[in-house]
Design a binder for this molecule. Sequence first.
Ligand SMILES: Cc1cc2nc3c(=O)[nH]c(=O)nc-3n(C[C@H](O)[C@H](O)[C@H](O)COP(=O)(O)OP(=O)(O)OC[C@H]3O[C@@H](n4cnc5c(N)ncnc54)[C@H](O)[C@@H]3O)c2cc1C
Length: 399
Amino acid sequence: MKPILIAGGGIGGIATALCLRARGVPYELFEQADVFREVGAGIQLSANVMRILMKLGLGGPLAAIGVMPKGLEVRSWQSGERILWTPLGYEAERHFGAPYYHAHRAEILAALVDLLGGANVHMASKVARVDQDGHGTSLTLEDGTTHEGAMVVGADGIHSIIRDQLFGKSTPRFSGNVAWRGTMPAEAIEGLKLDYLSSNWWGPERSLVHYFISAGRTHNWIGVGRSTAPSRESWSATGSVDEALAEYAGWHPQVLAVIRATTKLFRMALYDREPLATWHKGRIVLLGDAAHAMLPYHAQGAAQSIEDAYVLAACIDEARDAPEKAIGRYEHLRKGRAEWVQRFSREAEELFNMSDPAKVARRDSRLRENQSKYPSGFPEGQQRIYGYDADAALARAPA
Ligand SMILES: Cc1cc2nc3c(=O)[nH]c(=O)nc-3n(C[C@H](O)[C@H](O)[C@H](O)COP(=O)(O)OP(=O)(O)OC[C@H]3O[C@@H](n4cnc5c(N)ncnc54)[C@H](O)[C@@H]3O)c2cc1C
């Protein structure tokens, strides 16, 4: 079998390579950067994605670098009242059959890269174009070299050139909101005596979540909301603590103390994409943010790209001589789910960032009522996101 050509070595592309290798399917991965790099801070790894990462053998490494939060709390921005509580930790592990971790983005990438090793990986290899004919596909790099394969997987992120090449150039949608992402050594906030929780603070116009990462050595916060100051869609754009404090003026002392202790702070504009009519043309197919870039309100972008990777590898393995059939099955299995999460994340925008105080009060009352509505402690949306089992989905739509 000719190799599967993977364009892009972010979390989605690397996961695709790992899932293909686990099934003995040949691949070649092309990443434009000279070294694998993840800038930024914490990321949430929910049960749906941990179930897959454990199958790849990453359960141990991720347990060593992650933090298992005991629960998720939603607190009111000013009074600090806890208005919603969802168990996580061992209770979530029992319920969903896989753990939930908070971890550092760079450490997750390092764990994936360690497992992958260097074979069949081409760094400093920017893909310039992809082509196909009745027999296969080819991928041409910026330096003019060409590689041939059975199919191309476009895992080249929100600004995917493969998406543009297949469906015409389009620009991502600016949501009007920005994300602040800050970290600090755990000792810097020792005085707050924080527990291992996902602490979410919801206010008017913005929200903030903070939690421990890096096996408890580092504390991390992400604040999302409206901002009038200009900002760039860049993982490495920095921000100042004073600007962040000004945007969170009047918030609970715990929130302000966390922001004040920040030693590294980034600020990026948030973009997503409209769903596509299809994710593929012939033997060229999209995956991860290239297919369904979403807002981070449900912390699912990377998780969905890993779900994509697992399902795509299974579809390819189970139809080795019929790439177009494999791609059709992959899209059938994944498009509905990933685009539901994409829509669900966009719908959450208003919930998290509403500014009218009366609306905020109504939202908070609804949350208090919800607490008693779900006897398992897990609201419907969470059940649907965390409960996904890729193998069960594959079994329901056999090759
Ligand atoms: C503030 C924020 C918080 C988030 N929190 C979470 C979270 O808690 N949990 C979660 O699951 N998700 C989260 N996400 C989403 C997550 O970061 C993304 O969805 C995920 O990184 C997408 O992975 P990807 O591999 O599809 O794309 P990317 O990570 O963008 O990777 C694309 C790769 O392709 C390479 N590339 C691009 N063009 C080319 C080319 N022409 N040739 C070769 N290589 C190329 C790039 O260099 C890059 O390495 C968050 C996002 C934001 C903005």
